[in-house]
Design a protein around this ligand. Structure first.
Ligand SMILES: [Zn+2]
Length: 805
């Protein structure tokens, strides 16, 4: 579920005139939003220390924007300044160095904007007394506001997409949240116009420095510099105090509220216009907060919000600005108290006609106002009204179906709490099969006609024969097999149905609870696929074999078992990669595709790109979405999907033994799913489950832990190389003597790995035992008597270990 892809695939539609005046605006917010400079002071050597960062205002002037509720919250600086920042941990210093060439930041700047709800105002005023009339300040304020309040139609980089997502910061709204809650701990944000980096941002925010990245980390240094090699999140971690006292945790709860139930009524008109209401029941997590931030597509314009029948103020700037949606509750909420909100909104850009009865669903997660999507589970009751020639497929169970005039109406109710709601929409034919063993229902939905994009651009004769609906049986059968395999290996699914649905994009799939989007290519026969792929992208053939299994496995990885933070997303995407491999192993007649699958993942990780970089070198798996950069554009995909898959695959291979086969691994996976059902897993909680199930032979460090394995493969980037030397000679009694030794190289001295040795007896592969390797070294020579002569002796036959090319 890559965020950036979702964000850039926006079809540009004619501009819709937007007229929704803010029905109920908060007066304090309105004043802050429009406030100009109130007073300016001369500054000389003012030092602001915040966490691991030091902002020094050497000389110049600072202007304060008119105070809000009697407090300074925004100040702008022009002059000579310096920002210094040194990360505490080696992982963070290494990553910063890999991006910037330096282990720490030392940036000279000439302008800065400070936004704060902490003591910054008092601190500056205590040491600056002389009034200034620096003309640069007003212009600097204007420029910073323009920069921080604008939202591009199409983001130009993954980082820009994250910073300008549906939940982008509206700084004044964030400040308002703290002003209204005297208990709020106070935050500090500095936006720097540096000499080397013109948009460098430093945040110390106890409520989360970068919530869009799904992490409770409070401190961030971000360099937004589109198409520049140093663009990236240079630092994102917990407060220094938490790191020092080892209390930093991915499970830290910074939510303001938690959703319990959504009731959403949505009407889609013939012109794709969207009109909807969402009722949400939630409870307050914090004491005294009034401001709640929702994720909602900014082109869906909110017209009214009520709380228990009473009008509530809300904030939603224009969709081309910082148009995120915030509600201001009429009163401060007590911790644990239950509340309700009813929100009315309408707009466009959620669904787009793609021709032939096909639709792109553009706003896949933010078509309704939501909090903590993918992180919290809530119950949903969804009603849709759509033109009656179309079919809408929702999540959960179809509770009711009826028609109203020209509209087909359906109601969908979630059987169990789910992490997100979605839908698909089109002129669908549908089918249904019930798995005889489990009673699990597989529904298929596909269009009879291909979308215009295909009909226009490609081989017309070929397109004429295409009917995704005619091919629907193939992905449905794939889904049925996948559900059977994953139920055996991971445990029973949480849901009793799954809808396998077509969407008109060629090359991506996505998964919701009980609902899967498959790319158009999954519905083409091999002749059609070949005819189109030779023009479009030859690499897609493999993708088509794997995509159904990958997306179906997300019913387990992502939906049944969530992930805590961006560090842990490999537990969703990597596990889905592993699952698709498992599917190939059990559904293909020969092991070829399965072995090629892991070989391809290995090539994507270890082949050098045009800049001479390997995806694997972008940084450890633990860094997740932060791994992409200009010179390593595919690192996130290769590492989080590919290496994440390898980590689970390597565990499986280590847990294997000839007597029990995969039993230990299967037990571990059932336990992992059982412990995290409807909860979020973290790398640490997965490691604890793995440690519980590992046999004595995997305890290479002798401490009952798998720290050795996780530090190598999740927190490290080393990749070993192996060289096997062996001889097979005739021995007494018609037997054969195997002498073998193994060399491990290109790894740090403490790098340990058990390496399995295999024999090939005329195509039958036999597991013989393992070499326990440590550092760059050669094992002692192994002597084994064999009953017959093997054709080959091999290590790493099943890609048991991610090995250097
Ligand atoms: Zn996926």
């Amino acid at each position: 579920m890559p965020v950036f892809r979702a964000a850039v695939r926006v079809v540009v539609l004619p501009l819709v005139v937007c007229c929704a005046a803010l029905a109920a605006t908060d007066p304090v917010y309105k004043a802050m939003r429009e406030a100009g400079l109130a007073d300016s002071l001369v500054v000389e050597n003012i030092v602001l220390k915040r966490d691991a960062g030091v902002v020094t205002l050497k000389s110049g002037a600072i202007g304060f924007v008119a105070p809000a509720m009697g407090r300074d919250t925004v100040a702008v600086f022009a002059g000579e300044g310096e920002f210094d920042f040194t990360p505490q941990s080696p992982v963070d210093r290494n990553y910063m160095k890999s991006l910037t060439g330096q282990e720490s930041v030392a940036e000279q700047f000439d302008r800065a904007l400070f936004c704060f709800s902490d003591e910054t105002g008092r601190e500056i005023r205590a040491s600056a007394k002389t009034p200034s009339s620096d003309a640069r300040l007003a212009e600097a304020l204007r420029n910073f506001r323009k920069l921080l309040r604008s939202r591009p139609e199409t983001p130009h980089s993954m980082l820009e997409a994250e910073l300008t997502s549906d939940a982008m910061d509206n700084i004044e709204a964030d400040l308002l949240a703290d002003l209204y809650n005297p208990r709020a701990p106070g935050f500090f944000s500095a936006y720097l116009h540096g000499r080397k980096h013109s948009d460098l941002r430093f945040h110390v925010r106890p409520r989360g420095a970068f919530p869009e990245m799904s992490t409770p980390a409070e401190v961030a240094v971000i360099n937004l510099d589109i198409q520049a090699p140093q663009e990236g999140i240079w630092y994102l971690s917990h407060l220094q105090g938490e790191l020092r006292s080892r209390t930093a945790s991915s499970d830290e709860n910074q939510r303001t509220v938690e959703a319990d139930r959504y009731r959403i009524e949505t009407a889609i008109a013939g012109n794709d216009h969207f009109t909807a209401t969402t009722g949400i029941e939630f409870h307050a997590v914090t004491e005294g907060d009034r401001v709640i931030k929702f994720s909602l597509l900014p082109s869906l314009r909110v017209t009214r919000v009520t709380s228990g029948g009473q009008e509530a103020a809300f904030i939603q700037e224009d969709r081309k600005e910082d148009g995120s949606f915030y509600v201001v509750m009429p009163e401060a909420m007590a911790k644990g108290s239950a509340h309700q909100l009813l929100m009315e909104y309408s707009g466009d850009r959620v669904v787009h006609k793609a021709g032939g009865g096909n639709f792109n669903v553009g706003a896949r997660e933010s078509w309704y106002p939501n909090v903590n999507t993918f992180r919290d589970h809530a119950r949903y009751d969804l009603t849709f009204k759509v033109p009656k020639q179309y079919t809408l497929v929702g999540v959960g169970t179809l509770a009711k179906q009826w028609t109203e005039k020209d509209y087909a109406c359906t109601q969908w109710v979630s059987e169990t709490p789910i992490a997100v709601a979605g839908f698909n929409y089109g002129s669908f034919k549908n089918k249904k099969i019930t798995d005889p063993q489990s009673g699990f229902v597989i529904e298929g939905y596909a269009n009879s006609e291909p979308p215009d994009s295909l009909a226009r651009a490609r081989n017309v004769a070929l397109v004429g024969t295409m009917s995704p609906a005619a091919m629907m049986n193939v992905p449905m059968a794939q889904a049925q097999a996948a559900v059977q395999i994953f139920s055996d290996w991971f445990g029973k699914p949480e849901f009793t149905r799954i809808a396998i649905t077509e969407q008109p994009e060629l090359n991506f799939g996505q998964s919701w609870p009980t609902l899967v989007y498959l790319p158009l290519f999954a519905y083409l026969d091999s002749t059609q696929r070949y005819g189109l792929l030779k023009r479009i992208s030859p690499g897609l053939t493999d993708f088509v074999d794997e995509v159904t299994a990958h997306e179906v496995s997300h019913q387990w990885w992502g939906h049944m078992v969530g992930w805590s933070t961006y560090h842990d997303q490999w537990l969703s995407e990597g596990f889905a990669t592993f699952s698709a491999g498992l599917y190939l192993q059990f559904t293909e007649k020969t092991p070829e595709k399965y072995l090629k699958y892991w070989q391809n993942a290995r090539l994507r990780l270890l082949e050098k790109n045009a800049y001479g970089r390997r995806a694997n070198d972008a940084g450890p798996l633990w860094l997740g979405e932060r791994l992409d950069s200009l010179r390593n554009k595919d690192a996130y995909q290769a590492v989080v999907y590919g290496k994440g898959g390898y980590v689970l695959h390597m565990l499986r291979q280590m847990l294997y033994n000839p007597k029990q086969g995969d039993k230990l691994f299967i037990d571990m996976m059932h336990d992992f799913v059982g412990q995290h059902r409807n909860r979020n897993a973290s790398t640490e909680s997965f490691q604890r489950v793995a440690e519980k199930h590992m046999p004595h032979e995997m305890d290479l460090a002798g401490d009952g832990k798998l720290d050795w394995f996780f530090s190598e493969w999740v927190y490290g980037t080393a990749v070993p190389r192996y060289k096997l030397d062996y001889t097979v000679t005739e021995a007494d009694g018609g037997k054969f003597l195997l002498k073998a030794s193994l060399t491990q190289s290109e790894v740090p001295p403490d790098f340990m790995m058990p390496v399995p040795l295999y024999l090939d007896f005329d195509g039958q592969i036999v597991w013989l035992g393992v070499f326990r390797m440590r550092g760059s070294s050669t094992s002692s020579e192994l002597h084994v008597t064999l009953p017959k002569k093997p054709k080959r002796v091999m290590v790493n036959y099943f890609h048991d270990i991610l090995e250097a090319l």
